[in-house]
Design a binder for this molecule. Structure first.
Ligand SMILES: C[S@@+](CC[C@H](N)C(=O)[O-])C[C@H]1O[C@@H](n2cnc3c(N)ncnc32)[C@H](O)[C@@H]1O
Length: 242
């Protein structure tokens, strides 16, 4: 059971040393799989992809050709599957490659019933760069706060190389109110899984808007996404007409 600490300086600074149980190689497989299986509940309630699809992704799609999407750090794969379903409902076809370097996530995601247009791979973004791949849209959800500063630089550099049009890295925004509400609202999902404890650790590790902007290169901008998230956005500049 995770305690709720008193206020004071709590969450004033990012806790980059806090470790999520799911990131431990020896964490309990049953709890881990139940966590992957429940990610979609948390994502549906707080992550805002329905709005982000409507505001950022759908305007780039056409019915005449399919668009390619890369989901980095896909975990259980629900964001990729839902994005494909949402686009299909609107008459668009997406070819989504969803990657995660963790074999356990790959096994879970790829063993779920297949969704047309979604392919899972166990890979790091750097592998795809070395394969010379490129995608119209690159996304991630709840990945940035997991990374060290060096890993963040590498991920953003890889993203710039992999991205043909738009990149959207969605992540939690650290705040006391987010921590308090997550603590109060999501405890039932904690039974038999790491969702509740790791969710709280994730908020401790996550960035404020100013911190995320400072951590990213100037070509990236931070946009608000609902009350609990920021999206780190990169737009590929169109070459000027000559
Ligand atoms: C909290 S899970 C989020 C999963 C999924 N995106 C979601 O929102 O439900 C974070 C995922 O990021 C992956 N990850 C960690 N470091 C990574 C890295 N350097 N590159 C890509 N993925 C990474 C982990 O393996 C884990 O599956």
């Amino acid at each position: 059971m995770v305690g709720f600490p008193g206020f004071g300086g709590f969450l004033r600074e990012r806790d980059a040393l806090a470790v999520e149980d799911m990131d431990r190689p020896d964490c309990e497989p049953g709890r881990l799989n139940r966590s992957y299986a429940r990610f979609h509940l948390v994502n549906a309630v707080v992550s805002g992809w329905k709005g982000t699809y409507a505001s950022h992704i759908r305007p780039l799609l056409t019915t005449s050709e399919s668009a390619t999407v890369l989901d980095i750090g896909c975990g259980g794969g629900d964001i990729a599957r839902n994005l494909a379903r949402r686009a299909a409902k609107d008459g668009f076809r997406l070819e989504i490659t969803a990657i995660d370097p963790d074999e356990r996530a790959f096994q879970f995601a790829s063993s779920a019933p297949p969704v047309e247009g979604v392919t899972f791979r166990q890979a790091l973004s750097s592998q795809l760069v070395s394969e010379g791949l490129r995608f119209d849209i690159v996304i991630s959800n709840h990945v940035l706060h997991h990374l060290t500063p060096q890993q963040l630089d590498a991920l953003l550099g890889d993203t710039e190389q992999l991205c043909g049009r738009l990149a959207l890295h969605n992540d939690l925004k650290r705040s006391r109110i987010a921590y308090a509400l997550f603590w109060a609202a999501f405890w039932p999902l904690g039974f038999g899984s790491y969702i509740h404890s790791d969710g709280l650790t994730s908020i401790k590790r996550s960035y404020t808007t100013a911190e995320l902007q400072a951590a990213a290169p100037p070509s990236w901008t931070v946009e608000r996404s609902g009350s609990w998230h920021n999206i780190l956005v990169y737009r590929v500049r169109e070459a000027p007409d000559v």
